[in-house]
Design a binder for this molecule. Sequence first.
Ligand code: ACO
Length: 431
Amino acid sequence: MIDPQLRIGKVATARNADSGAPSATYAAWLNTVREGFYQKPATAEQLEELLAAQLADARVLTGVWDDSAPGSLVDPLVPVATYATFSKTLNIGAALLRAHLVTSITVRPTHRRRGILRELLGTDLARAKAAGNPVAVLTATEATIYGRFGFGQVTEQQTLHLDVRGDVRFHAAPSGRVVVLDAGKLAGIAPGIFERFHQNQLGSVGRQEAYWRYATGAWGPEGPEPDPTHRAAVHLDTEGRIDGYVTYAFTGWDPKPITLEVRDLVATTAVARRELFRFLALHDLIERVSYPMAAADDPLPWALEDPARVSYAQRGHCLWVRVLDVPAAFAARNYNGTGSFTLRVEDPIGLTGGCYGFGLEDGRATVSELPEDTVADVSCNVSALGPLLLGAVGTAELAGAGLLDPASEQVLATLAALLDIPGSPHAINEF
Ligand SMILES: CC(=O)SCCNC(=O)CCNC(=O)[C@H](O)C(C)(C)COP(=O)(O)OP(=O)(O)OC[C@H]1O[C@@H](n2cnc3c(N)ncnc32)[C@H](O)[C@@H]1OP(=O)(O)O
């Protein structure tokens, strides 16, 4: 429960009836989010852009207002906390699972540690479960916040630096061709290429509208305004079909090394990805290509005669997954072969706790809730279910980390044989 003078409500995205402009309530909400992440207030043009993008995402916006604040000092439209959600899909290997995306959480310093986040997230996750979402996902600012709410980290990201001084040699001969194009042309290309990537990449999350605006350079790193430094190229396969794109920018002659920064790189095949990196490496006068969304096990070094040209920085957590419906989520993933086991889940906020029976046949599962007093083969906290669902790490590693508690070594070996499937989850977006 939060303080009684705090009022939680939805923020209408409806436009002002007379002017058609974003409403004052929306503007106050949005600028509170921006303040929470230390961004400048949005201009009228930026507000318009951001509202249009959030409408395209069909976001549900929530605010918390403190009615006890002195009216002479504070605009009553300005909330003390913000919260937003929208709906996309999460690739769990065998299926795209409907996912409840949580974002834009801010609580003003004057109202922190009074349970506002707990109230907003707890209520929202219960609603998301009731609405039939098997999972909720978010990207977190700090790794220590969301485990207590049942989220588990499933992907990492790091910045890849490719030293492109001299001749960068690849093992494979060039394949297909790369075409540099006006970034505006990506409006009709980027969503389809990403969708093909998303269908095949374990851990990928559907992208919000903002990504298509970034792709064309209509939005830049500084926010929703055109970015004249933005460049784009596509890769065409040997049949002339577009199978990947990259957007990038020159970051200036200082500081050194002189860098070409990748804004986004989406490839539907390993060859397209390799060829887009080859294209980036071919730029004269550039010393380094930098790519911020590399996976923990990025394959690029394997493509190079000199893998030591690749180095990494800023490794950190990216995607966090919270299972809301164990039977629905786990019946949708792949397994190895045939077998059975029982799993007990502890859920401190009471959404998924209980005992579940897994019946596996030829790699597919039927998962059902069992009586509370069932003896379980393995038990875990709900926060281990995200990594378990996506195979973010092996079952033995999860147990070794203290996140999974098997009844015996034999049970662990059986679980590893059934659950450990090839592939590592990776997401190339933030939200
Ligand atoms: C998905 C996203 O939007 S990620 C972005 C999150 N937002 C930010 O980082 C912006 C700056 N930070 C904030 O606005 C706030 O400090 C928030 C949102 C992180 C926390 O909001 P609060 O209302 O203060 O959290 P609340 O009081 O409900 O705390 C809930 C629990 O989380 C813990 N917690 C809160 N913030 C943090 C933190 N930064 N690090 C670790 N634990 C935290 C609290 O200790 C509490 O734990 P407990 O209930 O187990 O004792």
